[in-house]
Design a protein. Sequence first.
Length: 261
Amino acid sequence: MVGALRTVVGVAALALASTAGAAPKAPHIDKTVVLVHGGFVDGSGWEGVHRILVQDGYNVVVVQNPTTSLADDVAVTTRAIASASGDVVLVGHSYGGVVISEAGLDPKVKALVYIAAFAPDKGESVSSLIANPPPGAAVPPILPPVDGYLFLDKAKFANAFAADVAPQTARFMADSQVPWGVAALEGAVTAPAWRQKPSWYLVATDDRMIPPAAQRAMAERAGATKEEIPGSHAVYVANPSSVAALIEKAAQSAPASTPAR
C-alpha cells in the first residue's frame, strides 16, 4: 500500500513538473505581434504561430480582415495596431503583405515580417505583381469572379495552397474559404512601409501560389533579412515553429521606441 502511494505521488510530481515546464516565459510587455492573414482564408490559420508566440511571452493580436478592399483591410489592421500594447511587429502572409506594406507606416510599427507574401512598391498591387509570372510558374486555380469576389477551385486547393498541410485541415481550409474581393487585388500601395522600416522575409520554396523566384525578388528589393524553408503557400499553418522563430528574430532585432520623458 505504501509503495503504491509512493508511486502515485511520484507520478503526480512528474505531471506537475511537466506542466510547470510548459508555463509561458517572461512576457515581452514592450512588444506586440500583429498577425495579418491573406486572401481566401481568415485569421484562424495563425493558431499554431499564435500558440508559440504566446508561450514565448509575446502579446499577440490576430487581425480578421474582410479582404473586401485594400482600404478596408488597412483600416481594420490599423485599428488592431492601435489596440496593441507597446511596439508592434507587423506580420503579413500572402495578400497580407500588401496590407502591412500600406499600414506599416504607423509609428508603433517597428518591424515588418513577410511570410510567403507580396511586398509591393508604390503603385503596385496583387494584380500588377501577378500579371507577368515567371516562365513555368504554377498557375493558381482561381475561379472566375462572382459578384466581385474570387474563390479557389476546392478540388485543387490543397495542391495549390496547402500541399504540406494535413489533408483534413487542407480540406477544411478549402471548404471554409473567405471570398476575396477583386477590389482588394487591385488595391495599390501608396507608400510602402518597407522603404522606411526594417523587414524580414520567409520564402516558401515549394509555393505554388506565389512563385519562390518572385518572393526572392521582392525580398531583395525590400532589403529584407531573408530566410528560406521548404514549404507550401500555407507554410505558416504547416510549419508554425519556423514562422514563429523568424517573427521572434524580427522582434528581438527591431529598434525599440524611446521612452517618454
